[in-house]
Design a protein around this ligand. Structure first.
Ligand code: NAD
Length: 349
């Protein structure tokens, strides 16, 4: 069986990816995570008795430890998801984003290069490094058009700029050093175990508590929503069959204005919890000052992935939103244990 290293394994998407890889016995998985505020051990609880899964607590910037782990594991691939990921936090503390996203990716690429130089020819020839990135590197769209893999990079937030920098490093390590890299850029993910600072889980938790649901600006910013399990499947496909040195966009084919999405979410809550004293939940929606540099619209053209590798999202936004809201209702205690009170982040005073 192949061995894969997944960085950011205890994060939202990384944990979904580990659960997916193990559910289908696709690989022996070694999860790497420094266990930051955004990590959740519980998201990997279902793998605690799985002898083909291991979670190692380490910072990818610790090159000595990463060299040891990679040498011992002799992986057939690395799926790199570890990053600081919340745009608002990147406004408050940009240093963390430069360090973890740019320096972290650099360290991991160097560790990979060292490993490939020391391992067998057979391992080297089959090896792949998947660098996981975001649509935010492309900047912002107006009312029409979509991002393709050829869209020029125009990152607007410190988060997006740090991811763009990391993408360029990954590409350069392919071109210059021949590290077998493939890059994926995905749209906004949603689903179970997402840290409740992001739009959907934050809004669900606020609504369940009868608190105001903050919507930035007028709520007209458009995002393309991708269900996390669909994303996990796409990532594995791109790792296995994506062309080396290429980029692949991954989208959910579900564009929504934030205000429409949150109104839909409130309607789901009204339906699932008809006895709640907070019905109709939409009355909790409150408009607050906009995020500085807030991108207007993202839209992903993922026809390259569809045409070359035959992938399409399976979950539409209605089904995915219902599943997600139901998960947060059933797992309220998971959110309540988290040390984040839902306070506003990312304002420039
Ligand atoms: N969530 C989204 O909507 C979305 C959209 C596009 C791209 N992405 C990308 O997908 C990846 C995963 O995102 P997510 O939503 O799961 O993020 P997340 O914040 O939920 O999880 C990230 C994980 O990475 C870990 N990590 C951070 N720095 C690390 C380091 N130096 N060493 C080891 N571990 C470290 C954190 O501890 C955390 O567990 C990121 O690279 C992100 O940029 C996410």
């Amino acid at each position: 069986m192949r061995t894969l290293l997944v960085t950011g394994a205890a994060g939202f998407i990384g944990s979904a990816l580990c659960r997916f890889l193990r559910a289908f016995d696709h690989a022996r998985v070694i999860g790497i995570d420094k266990m930051s505020y955004a990590s959740s051990r519980e998201s990997l609880d279902c793998l605690s008795d799985d002898k083909n899964f291991q979670l190692v607590e380490v910072d990818i910037c610790d090159s000595g430890k990463m060299d040891e782990i990679i040498k011992a594991a002799q992986p057939d691939g690395i799926m790199h998801l570890a990053a600081e990921t919340h745009v608002d936090r990147s406004i408050d503390s940009p240093y963390d984003f430069i360090q973890n996203n740019i320096v972290g990716t650099f360290s991991l690429l160097e560790a990979t290069r060292k490993y490939l130089a020391s391992t067998s020819k057979e391992k080297r020839e089959g090896f792949r490094f998947l660098h996981v990135s975001t649509d935010e590197v492309y900047g912002s769209l107006g009312e029409t058009g979509s991002f393709t893999e050829d869209t020029q990079y125009s990152p607007n937030s410190p988060y997006a700029a740090s991811k763009a920098g990391a993408d360029h490093l990954a590409r350069a390590w392919y071109k210059t050093f021949g590290v077998p890299v493939v890059i994926s850029n995905c749209s906004n993910n949603y689903g179970p175990f997402q840290f409740p600072e992001k739009l959907i889980p934050l809004s669900v938790m606020k609504a369940l508590n009868g608190e105001k649901i903050p919507i930035y600006g007028q709520g007209i910013n458009v995002r393309d929503w991708l269900f996390v399990d669909d994303h996990a499947e796409a990532l594995f496909l791109v790792l296995l069959r994506g062309r080396l040195g290429e980029k692949y966009n991954i989208g959910g084919a579900s564009e929504r204005r934030n205000i429409d999405l949150i109104n839909d979410m409130c309607a789901v809550l009204d339906r699932l919890l008809p006895e709640s004293p907070h019905c109709p939940h939409s009355k909790l929606i409150t408009f607050v000052s906009d995020r500085p540099g807030h991108d207007e619209r993202y839209s992903m053209d993922f026809s390259k992935l569809k045409n070359e590798l035959g992938w399409e999202p399976k979950t539409n936004i209605s089904t995915g939103l219902e599943k997600t809201v139901q998960w947060y209702i059933n797992n309220r205690s998971w959110c309540e244990k988290i040390k984040y009170s839902g306070e506003r982040l990312g304002q420039i005073k």
